[in-house]
Design a protein around this ligand. Structure first.
Ligand code: MG
Length: 384
């Protein structure tokens, strides 16, 4: 049953372009379906999470990451009586604006765009659903509901918030998004903390021995090895991770329900007006979870091998940006057309934005192919 503080389609602030109501789906289900049918969603399959897409078939990609986020978020939404369809839509869309090569790609593109307003992947996800998906006859983008767009825009710098209208207003007012958006943000973190451990172990860049120095991981490791002393390898890892996810999810549900009860909120607007987010971990788990994040940062994301991969990825993104800025005739005709339109309004910044949109939309392998084609390497991806 829907909780009183859940978002509901009936109370939605609606779409940017008004449309007839769907016949047999809710407005949020329609959003989810539009996201799944988008081109940007299909491209997530070939975009890096941590490990470059073609490094191994078992590593997470942005697509499988997004599906894991949706699974975790929906489970929590159902237990708490939040809107499961809205939660799913936000989860599936949250990384649509990610560049190729994960954070390395985004950092490189942001550096290239410094004089032209920068590049933020959250903002780009919103730009994808608002503008860049050009498939519907009646409107630009996917014309999603306000609540879905609000959830996609997790973070946003103030200068950008000022020009985004209603969806940017909360960053200026310092108010909160819906519980469904807050939940998806945390589910994102639960998903990547756990699957990055799995991928990190599989790659051999981190070890179980190292992880056992992290209190949160060690406590679950002790529980599993105490019960199954013979368990080794992938089964041991999986058994630990499923419990770790469960532990985080359970804590999130209980702590959030307690916070909602204490705050006495009875509708979605009270959730937004509340001084702080109400979806949260207990203070104890927060400390332990942060210890795990610090470990992953120091030992996985900054591992020399990942750094080397990131360095090469940045070189590809930077190289493409510079070449296209220098001679836009190297771009596909569609983007040359976009540049002509953008330049009319924003001059050089408009040109840079159109190029950033093109590069951000690339999959890892497409970016490598373009780079190889322009710089003359015969083996795309060699050395990654
Ligand atoms: Mg994510």
């Amino acid at each position: 049953m829907a909780a009183p503080y859940a978002a509901t389609p009936a109370r939605s602030r609606g779409r940017q372009y008004s449309e007839p109501a769907p016949c047999y789906r809710s407005e949020f289900q329609r959003d989810r379906d539009r996201i799944i049918h988008s081109r940007a969603f299909r491209r997530l399959e070939y975009k890096t999470q941590v490990f470059v897409n073609h490094e191994g078939d078992l590593y997470r990609t942005r697509l499988t990451h997004s599906l894991e986020v949706a699974q975790i978020a929906r489970s929590v939404a159902r237990v708490m009586g939040l809107d499961e369809d809205l939660t799913e839509a936000i989860a599936l869309a949250h990384d649509l604006g990610h560049t190729p090569f994960g954070h390395a790609g985004q950092d490189a593109l942001n550096a290239c765009m410094q004089s032209f307003g920068g590049f933020e992947h959250n903002l780009q996800s919103l730009r994808v659903v608002d503008v860049l998906e050009e498939v519907y006859a009646d409107f630009p983008g996917l014309n999603l509901c306000f609540e879905t767009r609000e959830g996609i825009l997790k973070h946003c710098s103030l200068p950008h918030a000022r020009v985004l209208g209603a969806v940017g207003q909360r960053f200026l007012d310092r108010t909160q998004p819906s519980l469904e958006a807050q939940l998806t943000n945390i589910a994102d973190e639960i998903a990547y903390n756990n699957h990055d451990i799995d991928d990190g172990l599989r790659s051999g860049l981190i070890t179980l021995e190292q992880l056992c120095e992290v209190p949160l991981f060690a406590s679950v490791w002790r529980e599993v090895t105490g019960r199954y002393p013979q368990l080794i390898g992938g089964r041991l890892v999986h058994e630990i991770l499923r419990r770790l996810i469960s532990l985080m999810v359970t804590d999130l549900i209980q702590s959030s329900q307690a916070a909602l009860g204490a705050a006495g909120v009875t509708d979605p607007e009270a959730v937004r007006a509340h001084g702080v987010t109400l979806m949260r971990y207990s203070p104890e788990l927060l400390v332990r979870k942060n210890g795990l994040k610090r470990f992953l940062m120091a030992n996985l994301y900054q591992h020399p091998q990942v750094y080397r991969m990131s360095w090469r990825a940045q070189k590809v993104v930077r190289g493409l940006f510079e070449v296209y800025m220098g001679d836009s005739r190297l771009l596909p005709p569609k983007y040359q057309q976009r540049i002509a339109e953008h330049v009319a309004h924003d001059g050089e910044a408009g040109k840079a934005r159109a190029i950033a949109d093109y590069i951000a939309g690339m999959t890892d392998r497409y970016a490598l192919r373009q780079y190889a084609g322009l710089f003359g390497f015969s083996t795309p991806g060699a050395g990654f």
